[in-house]
Design a binder for this molecule. Structure first.
Ligand SMILES: Nc1ncnc2c1ncn2[C@@H]1O[C@H](COP(=O)(O)OP(=O)(O)OP(=O)(O)O)[C@@H](O)[C@H]1O
Length: 259
């Protein structure tokens, strides 16, 4: 049965600096949700807290009724995957080996990936048009290619909850659409929960089911796109982005700044 992710009264920060304040959210399986907010509004802080990189000052995160933040890192990695805003540099590691790291959480001690795992990794690289780079040194790829490899690795990790922190920041227009399409269809088809921090509201409006708007560490609006009128969307997004308008073209919403 598909489980919910519940975030209950969650607060967190750095040292004594409290950033995320009393967040309460429930996510259903199959939902792809955008976290929107200006720079420094707390998007990364929320994602890092849900994946266990930051210890909450108060509150809890439950998957079903399981407090997964109480689990060790490897057990957590079977439930939550996280693409950070910036990945650590990796030198002398092939693209295939980076993608295969996605299996780490599911392997026991001293186990190495099976030939079937390698096949799956190749299929995933193929899906991203990166199969020709499988033996290339990861560090020699462009930033956009690296982001796609990291996403491919995360998809192989195959967790029920996926947290993505601006995974598209280095991607060109076409690859950004293609990445969001892939993530959206995977979340829907495999009934996962996806939470993505993203800066362009138009991509969020096009691909996400729900918009969660953050302002100064507070969740100010939580909107299901399909159930929200264009007027309400405009007024909520204007509370974050200022003087904007939203128009509808075919079945898409487009947000523009009023110049
Ligand atoms: N390691 C840290 N130590 C201290 N303060 C931090 C740290 N990381 C972030 N902050 C502070 O927390 C606040 C929120 O930062 P956060 O990275 O969560 O915002 P964000 O919404 O993801 O921003 P951006 O859109 O710029 O990535 C900022 O004021 C930032 O200075």
């Amino acid at each position: 049965m598909s489980k919910q992710l519940s975030i209950n009264n969650l607060s967190s920060g750095y040292g004594r600096k409290n950033i995320l304040k009393n967040a309460n959210l429930v996510f259903e399986a199959g939902e792809f949700c955008a976290l929107l907010g200006l720079n420094a509004s707390g998007k990364t802080t929320l994602l890092k807290t849900i994946c266990g990189l930051l210890k909450p000052a108060q509150g809890s995160c439950l998957y079903g009724d399981e407090d997964f933040l109480a689990r060790n890192e490897k057990e957590r990695a079977r439930i939550v995957s996280y693409i950070p805003q910036r990945h650590s540099p990796m030198y002398g590691v092939s693209v295939l080996d980076v993608v295969m790291m996605g299996f780490n959480a599911s392997l026991g001690f001293f186990m190495s990936p099976s030939p079937r795992d390698k096949e799956k990794a190749d299929q995933m690289l193929n899906r991203f048009g990166l199969l020709a780079y499988r033996n290339t040194d990861f560090s020699s790829l462009s930033e956009g290619q690296k982001q796609m490899v990291i996403l491919a690795r995360t998809l192989l990790q195959n967790t029920p909850i996926m947290l993505l922190d601006e995974p598209d920041s280095a991607l060109d227009f076409n690859n950004r659409h293609s990445m969001l399409e892939k993530v959206q269809s995977l979340i829907r088809e495999e009934n996962k929960i996806g939470l993505i921090a993203i800066h362009d509201p138009n991509f969020a409006l096009a691909y996400c089911d729900r918009l969660i708007l953050l302002l100064n560490g507070h969740i100010t609006f939580d909107l299901k796109v399909a159930n929200t009128s264009i007027e309400e969307l405009t007024s909520c997004l204007a509370a974050i982005y200022g003087d904007i308008s939203i128009t509808q073209w075919k079945n898409q919403y487009i947000m523009m700044r009023n110049l």
